[in-house]
Design a binder for this molecule. Structure first.
Ligand code: SAM
Length: 293
């Protein structure tokens, strides 16, 4: 019988966010694979966990992945942890999970903290749909390209970012995505936890005025606001269609409503106002049923 690969989330700052289940699974594991063994040893000793530990990070993933898979094939219980939060989420683990799944080895998630969802939950931005975009490219050209690509999305976009790069990234966002609401979630679950919320330009100014940004940050970007059709646009449409030969009031209203995206009843009221004010007389059409229904 093959063993089980456990994907175990650990705290993103506050040790109290470790779950009872995570502690039990790690205590019972035959092997713990950690992104950084020195870093994880501190966490494990805090919870009195003493199990064999091996490293698993991006640059040794191929070699170590094979050894871990072998252990799983032999029936071992292996727990994967990273430095903070949920493995595989902008962290090592994806390839191992994929290989285990391909071999029919059970992969069991042990959920806990993840900075993206933690930030979103208290951001005050819409939570019904979001796009996790991970880290942006390092090079400015590629970063701007990526931001421009994402700028039309209708969901909240969540980015991970390093504090040093935050000012440059906010500048690029303003260039490529324009004015919109953003939230910077800094040092989540830690002593100096902070949320900066507001229009991009204001949040950027706050960050630019700081000598240095410290700690870890998540950037959340609100969707671009849907452009409300302006009354002036609607007026222009009504003037065009109400004055058009052979078009009844009802037809003119239907066209203006379709083009402006406004409710027909509202457009009808506006059409009557335009007619009264401007003395526009649409030509009498064969269709006598001019009343809006
Ligand atoms: N696997 C982790 C998770 O589930 O959130 C993410 C690991 S990724 C290498 C590290 C990035 O996550 C940081 O650069 C930062 O953007 C974000 N992050 C992690 N911990 C955070 C915290 N306490 N506060 C704010 N952002 C954090």
């Amino acid at each position: 019988m093959p063993g089980t690969l456990y994907i175990v989330a650990t705290p993103i700052g506050n040790l109290e966010d470790m779950t009872f289940r995570a502690v039990r699974i790690l205590r019972e594991a035959d092997l713990i694979a950690a992104e950084d063994t020195r870093h994880s040893r501190k966490l494990l000793s805090h919870f009195g966990i003493s199990r064999p530990l091996t490293s698993y990070f991006d640059h040794n993933a191929r070699l170590k992945g094979e050894a871990i898979l072998q252990r799983l094939r032999e029936g071992g219980a292996v727990a994967l942890i990273t430095d903070a939060g949920t493995p595989c989420i902008s962290d090592p683990g994806y390839q191992l999970v994929r290989d285990a799944v391909a071999e029919g080895i059970a992969v069991v998630p042990v959920p806990g903290a993840s900075a993206a969802v933690t930030a979103l939950s208290a951001s005050g931005l819409p939570t019904d749909a979001f796009l996790f975009a991970g880290f942006l490219p390092n090079r400015q050209g590629k970063r701007r390209e990526r931001l421009a690509e994402l700028s039309g999305r209708r969901e909240v976009i969540i980015f991970y970012e390093s504090p040093n790069r935050l000012p440059a990234t906010l500048a690029d966002m303003q260039e490529t995505m324009g004015g919109r609401e953003v939230v910077i979630a800094r040092e989540l679950t830690k002593l100096h936890e902070e949320f900066l919320r507001g229009p991009l330009a204001e949040v950027r100014e706050t960050i630019d005025n700081r000598e240095q940004v410290k700690g870890e940050v998540v950037i959340l970007v609100a969707p671009a606001a849907e452009e409300e059709p302006q009354v002036a646009d609607l007026d222009a449409l009504l003037h065009r269609y109400l004055g058009q030969k052979g078009l009844s009031l009802k037809d003119a209203v239907a066209r203006a409503a379709a083009e402006s995206g406004r409710p027909r009843r509202e457009v009808y009221a506006e059409a009557l106002r335009v007619k009264d004010e401007g003395g526009l007389q649409p030509e009498v059409s064969a269709d006598r049923n001019d009343q809006e229904d």
